[in-house]
Ligand binder design. Structure first.
Ligand code: ADP
Ligand code: UDP
Length: 236
């Protein structure tokens, strides 16, 4: 597979064309941002960890019947994926209150929900990724009714699979953000990444944060947290 021109550079990844128009190469960087790009930094080795972890988790999800963009890990930082048209929706699932949920609704972090919640935000950096509901998404033609129904079903399935998987590693999956895209054949697949950048992971015993909140909140031990998650998941 030949790597061709760079199509896009985002905050955490670069996307390259290949000689197959239906495939792109994603390259993971160590760059970290938070608060809509206001806070910038580097997390040494993050790109390697997020690449491997995301691929590992997507393969688990595939086995459980969730279609993903994953094709093949090419190197420590690069992965071949199906090129998709990303639905401009960030899909957030929560099992426990934290982050913006705790802030918006004036509750402490750590309240365990009886049922997971789902919310959407409009993937639009200029607008600061505003929250919206399904009707807003339809009005803005961000996705069709059927696509939204499928995305919801897939997102809850991802949560069930990952929650159980992480539980065995003594990790509590607090919340996460995922993205979906449409392949050339019109299939909706899980795309982008699943990593400590996009999930909240708490040690189930100590409650220690093992994710990007260590960077966002200047808690220190950022690299160590990413490495610890990698070790628990993949033993390396
Ligand atoms: P951002 O755009 O938010 O800064 P990244 O730095 O992670 O995020 O950039 C990666 C970009 O690639 C994102 O916009 C993401 O939606 C997009 N993307 C993820 N998976 C695919 C895919 N399979 N095909 C095309 N684009 C993808
Ligand atoms: N998240 C993400 N990208 C975003 C916003 C949120 O990956 O642009 C993830 C975040 O890591 C957390 C979950 O989505 O796991 C919920 O984030 P929240 O809404 O609480 O926002 P935050 O506290 O990060 O502002």
């Amino acid at each position: 597979m030949e790597k061709k021109e760079q199509l896009y550079e985002g905050k955490a990844k670069k996307v390259y064309a290949t000689d197959d128009q239906n495939l792109v190469i994603v390259s993971y960087k160590d760059d970290a941002t938070a608060f809509n790009g206001l806070k910038k930094g580097t997390i040494e080795g993050k790109g390697v960890i997020n690449n491997k972890m995301s691929n590992f988790l997507m393969q688990i999800l595939e086995k459980e019947g969730v279609k993903t963009h994953f094709v093949e890990e090419l190197s420590e930082r690069e992965t071949l994926v199906k090129k998709v048209k990303i639905l401009p929706l960030e899909v957030i699932i929560r099992n426990i209150s934290a982050g913006s949920f705790a802030k918006h609704y004036g509750v402490q972090e750590g309240v365990v929900f009886d049922e997971p919640t789902i919310e959407f935000s409009y993937k639009n950096d200029d607008l600061g990724d505003p929250l919206l509901n399904e009707y807003h998404a339809l009005a803005l033609k961000l996705a069709t009714k059927d696509e939204i129904a499928l995305v919801k079903q897939m997102a809850f399935k991802v949560n069930e699979v990952l929650k159980e998987y992480f539980k065995k590693l003594n990790v509590t999956l607090v919340d996460f953000k995922i993205e979906f895209g449409k392949t050339a054949e019109g299939t909706i697949v899980l795309a982008d990444e699943i990593s400590p950048d996009t999930c909240r992971f708490w040690d189930s015993t100590t409650g220690e944060k093992l994710d990007k909140d260590r960077f966002r909140r200047d808690l220190g031990g950022v690299e160590g947290a990413y490495q610890e998650m990698m070790r628990r998941l993949m033993g390396a």
